[in-house]
Design a protein around this ligand. Sequence first.
Ligand code: PGA
Length: 263
Amino acid sequence: MQVVVCKDPEEGARIVTEKILSALEDRPELVLGLATGSTPIGVYQHLIEAHKNDGVDFSAVRTFNLDEYCGLSGDHPQSYRAFMREHLFTGLNIPAENIHFPPSEGPELGEKCRQHEEEILQAGGIDIQLLGIGSNGHIGFNEPTSSLASRTRIKTLTEKTLRDNSRFYEDPSEQPQVASTLGIGTILDAKCILLQAYGEKKAEAVKASVEGPISSFWPGSALQMHADVTFILDEASAARLEMIDYFRKSRAEGLRLQEDNTI
Ligand code: PGA
């Protein structure tokens, strides 16, 4: 596990963007696992700039979003399909057929979720999974006590998650109570995971995920079992880490070794 403490979210967004663009250079048909929420927006803006200003081509990229609310159509402004169109897809040249969301509408969602797992496998698996984290430690909509081996499925949202997102709904009765989400097991199958967390509200979840025992009560802690995961933090979200000095030193040493061409 790597923990990078940045001076601000902008530095974090640049680090994540560089990793994606460098992977895309090596592999034009990159498979990206994408997240919604306020956290990844900076990265999405930089990717759009790279496409518009530097001609970076996304036409062979495949994407799989982490989650989607059940009961909202793709046209609903609070659906994650609408969010992704607004913040990323309209600014890039990813063909519509390469864009995937976990199934959230219509009958037989259980079977459709199983097919969704198949589609990820057929794409060759997720190369880079972007994650945010909820203040309760959820990754995707894998709420506390989600099985650490879970696959794509429907989850009921916790009161804390509903409260965190209630500002988006004028009429509280419109707020969806359930969502489809890639499972924790699905996320752990990604080849590389980049989790961004910014702000003091995330400090407890970051502390539990990075330094706590692995527990379904803090779903982010499952990432400790992944061989290539990086937590990209700012000072506020990293503030409760006991090992913060070690993480700073390790980043500085890593940069030095890279400059020397040692690694
Ligand atoms: P946020 O949400 O990026 O809006 O903070 C993250 C999450 O709840 O997973």
